[in-house]
Design a protein around this ligand. Structure first.
Ligand SMILES: NC(=O)c1ccc[n+]([C@@H]2O[C@H](COP(=O)([O-])OP(=O)(O)OC[C@H]3O[C@@H](n4cnc5c(N)ncnc54)[C@H](O)[C@@H]3O)[C@@H](O)[C@H]2O)c1
Length: 261
């Protein structure tokens, strides 16, 4: 209990899935959480949870970031934790993909995390400490070619995380930045991906490591809490020497060719 008591956290993409689990756990452990999402209707119920405020927020829009960070500062006077969790995925291989979908993933996944860092860092510097947690994916390392563009965005997040971490360390800012790389976790993002693959990549054989198959889920999925506990650790002072790390939470999926049944 109270592992992040007194801290103020922003969690993006919090209306459902991993972000929702992160927001609830951080609030349970004593943080004031500003939970945000582009889907205001789905997120509104979070706002009635003790310790959580909900704001509508498109992470790809810089003016939205100014408003969200200003809200946290205005309400609570400090910003200790930023969880850049919002993300989107589109199916596509290196030849068959939609340029609009590529740009959508880049705008949400890469621009979103970059803008979050840009607007959180000055407040964390003023406050004297902070922890930024960027949600990447096993796709930053594994060649999931059927999500090629998505993997590119998650690799970019991992690389950007390291630049932010070194910037903070070299300037002795007492601010940390780490990326989390989940494998398949049971959230709505995975629903419908098999059907989308069948339409967009009809010649593709579902590879053995894919978390989806024609018959539905094939691989063992993790639960949102499996990731939320790591977010809590990185948000807390327990992780004060963790900076610039890539943390894989994938039950071996990046180190084996076999699916885990
Ligand atoms: N679930 C997995 O298997 C898995 C694995 C690896 C990485 N991830 C990553 O974890 C993060 C959360 O994924 P999830 O599984 O909870 O997905 P999800 O689809 O359940 O939730 C994502 C949330 O992000 C929000 N969002 C989308 N675009 C947005 C925007 N422009 N601005 C603000 N919010 C926006 C959505 O409304 C949604 O509530 C994502 O970055 C995803 O890439 C998930």
């Amino acid at each position: 209990m109270n592992r992040v008591a007194g801290k103020v956290a922003i969690v993006t993409g919090a209306a459902r899935g991993l972000g929702r689990a992160d927001a609830l756990l951080l609030a349970e452990e004593g943080a004031r959480v500003v939970a945000t999402d582009i889907d205001a209707e789905a997120g509104r119920s979070l706002g009635s949870t003790p310790g959580i405020d909900f704001l509508a927020h498109d992470v790809s829009r810089e003016e939205d970031w100014r408003r969200v960070v200003a809200y946290a500062m205005g309400q609570y006077g400090r910003l200790d934790v930023l969880v850049n969790n919002a993300g989107v995925i589109h199916v596509g291989d290196p030849i068959e993909f939609d340029m609009g979908e590529w740009r959508h993933m880049s705008a949400v996944n890469i621009d979103g995390a970059m803008l979050g860092c840009r607007h959180a860092l000055p407040e964390m510097i003023n406050g004297g400490s902070g922890s930024i947690i960027n949600m990447a994916s096993i796709g930053a390392r594994a060649g999931l070619y059927f999500y090629a563009g998505y993997c590119a965005t998650k690799g970019a997040i991992a690389a950007y995380t390291k630049s932010v971490a070194v910037y903070c360390a070299q300037n002795r800012l007492n601010i940390r930045c780490n990326s989390i790389h989940p494998g398949g976790i049971d959230t709505p993002i995975n629903a419908g991906l098999a059907a989308e693959m069948a339409v967009k990549l009809p010649r593709m054989r579902i590879p053995p490591k894919s978390p989806v198959s024609e018959d539905g889920p094939k691989m063992r999925f993790g639960e949102p809490q499996d990731v939320a506990w790591m977010v809590l650790y990185l948000a807390s002072d327990e992780s004060k020497f963790m900076n610039g790390s890539e943390i894989y939470i994938d039950n071996t999926s990046t180190i084996t060719a076999a699916a885990i049944p």
